[in-house]
Design a protein around this ligand. Sequence first.
Ligand SMILES: [Fe+2]
Ligand SMILES: [Fe+2]
Length: 439
Amino acid sequence: MKMRGAGPANDAEDDLRRRWVVSISAFDALIAGDQKIEYKDWMPDGYRESLIRQIAQHAHSEIMGMQPEAAWISRAPSLARKAVLIAKVQDEAGHGLYLYAVAETLGARREDLLDALHEGRQKYLSFINYPTLTWADVGALAWLTDGAAVVNQVSLCRTSYGPYARALVRICREESFHHRQGFDLLYTLSQGTPAQRRSLQEAVERWWQPALAMFGPPDSLSTHSASSMAWRIKRATNDELRQRFVDLCVPQAEALGVRLPDPALRWNPERGHHDFTPPDYDELMRVVAGHGPRNKQRLAHRRRAHEEGAWVREAAAAHAAKEAAKQAAAREIDAQEAIAQEVDAVEEEWPLWEVFVRPRRGVGHTHAGSLRAPDAALALHSARDLYTRREEGVSLWVVPSRSMTSSDPEHKDAYFAPAADKQYRHASFFPPPEGVEGL
Ligand SMILES: [Fe+2]
Ligand SMILES: [Fe+2]
């Protein structure tokens, strides 16, 4: 006979279990239907932890990736190349920020993630740490490792976590500029002197293996692959992506007139792919464990930059606190004046709300319009009545209008104009030579 303990505790437990079963079935159904999971959706702990680990690792790789090229900004051979390099390094910082923000939607704290990087508890793609000895290495690094990143991230744009997928779409657009300008740099060298062509060949030889290693260990040894594939966090395996990358690189290498350093590299008509020598996994694991070239210097540099930037973070926090106090004081005065003069009673009792609708799963909320309502719950009800009467969406946000801050129309130029004369930030600025595909 089944013994029951204290009734209410068991009932509560049963209820919890029942709700868990409902939640996990809803989650599984979304994954099976290739729908996006959003941050307010219920998700299993393992899914959340896997995502935080992968996104943190990705974010760390982006900000660590600023270093090998930052060192070349002052040595780049022309102002145009310096501007391109500055834009690329700035992009990598931006990619880090998009991704830390995505990890934060999952409940991770940015300072904890950075501590984990600085203390070596969380990994990153340490293959980008190989030294950039010559100007040609700067091109080879971008053509090969940013190229590997594009292959990997294009596949991740279909990842099941909505905020990550959307950040990746933006990152991929920018990475294709990184990739293309790297190829352009190398192509310029390939048209140069014999010494320049030699430095191009040597740089490609140094970066080929690190680029292959970017895809991680082989599927048979990859510890997190199976669950990540089942949850559709990853959409292709390490080996599939590595193969795709090699197939794309071969014709591009031909256009550059460089030999990829692999005697086993050849077209296999039966498989419809190139055969190649996989990266040396002992070396790969040694580098992943933090013992690769420049690992220690790069991490030390990162820690120093973080410590030296502490005053900026403190100043920003102090400024924010001061502004918040000023606004609170201003609101108090406003409120007193409103009561005294009984003006603006409508805004007090029926404040304005901005309404945002997510048209379907997987895309962001877009602004639909405004309405007045006495509180958030009624604002939501009215928003449903006003803006979603014809199946316009699947999720609604209402935000008090007075909580929103927008850029000043007068400052339009300062915010948006400078981008117009930086066309080199777009991949299309670097037309590939005739016959070169996949860039
Ligand atoms: Fe990046
Ligand atoms: Fe990049």
